[in-house]
Write a protein that binds this ligand. Structure first.
Ligand code: PRP
Length: 183
């Protein structure tokens, strides 16, 4: 879906489809160089990571095995609790595997911080993170992120997998949602 189809629901386009694609190809070259002839298992976190996983996996110049998890925050009802519940687990055995988590966005960092530890306890040889977007001003934990597409302001963003109430995920660009939509 193009931004033009959304009228005044978006207040600003932060990164166009072309910019996302260009940046993703740069990240893919870095990932290829770092992993050499030992490609990682790509682990996508549903649902937001679907777009970045689809584009990154096709951009990579090696066989890219993919697996998926779905997680949700537990207890408080906010995604910043840091306590995560697994809704759908991986199919793959991670023993001695290099794992690259693929995400759409790191906000507080709590989900990824938990996930990285969780995957390491399963015997993964290494666990690295690739995220298309990161909000430095929203981070609540120190977390090493090896591959970052763009750092963005602490605004409500949608598109390229990111939703508001399950809408806007199929917007081609990443955009700031106009406040009148959610307030
Ligand atoms: C988003 C995103 C990350 C998480 C990041 O998922 O895909 O998994 O939030 O937030 P954090 O850094 O504050 O932990 P969300 O819970 O919105 O689910 P979705 O991917 O299904 O949209």
């Amino acid at each position: 879906m193009d931004a033009s189809a959304l009228g005044n629901e978006l207040s600003e386009i932060l990164h166009t489809e072309a910019e996302l694609k260009q940046r993703l190809s740069e990240l893919a070259r870095d990932i290829e160089a770092d992993y050499g002839d030992q490609p990682p298992l790509l682990v996508g976190v549903l649902k937001g990571a679907v777009m970045v996983m689809a584009d990154l996996a096709r951009e990579l110049r090696f066989q890219a095995e993919m697996d998926w998890m779905a997680v949700s925050s537990y207890g408080t009802g906010t995604k910043s609790s840091g306590v995560v519940r697994i809704l759908k687990d991986l199919d793959a055995d991670l023993t001695d595997r290099a794992v690259l988590i693929v995400e759409d966005i790191i906000d507080s960092g709590l989900t990824l911080s938990w996930l990285k530890e969780n995957l390491l306890t399963r015997g993964a040889k290494s666990v690295k993170i690739c995220t298309m977007l990161r909000k430095p001003d929203a981070l609540k934990v120190d977390i090493d992120v090896e591959y970052v597409g763009f750092d963005i302001p602490n605004e409500f963003v949608v598109g390229y997998g990111l939703d508001y109430a399950e809408k806007y995920r199929n917007l081609r660009d990443v955009a700031i949602l106009a406040p009148h939509v959610y307030s």
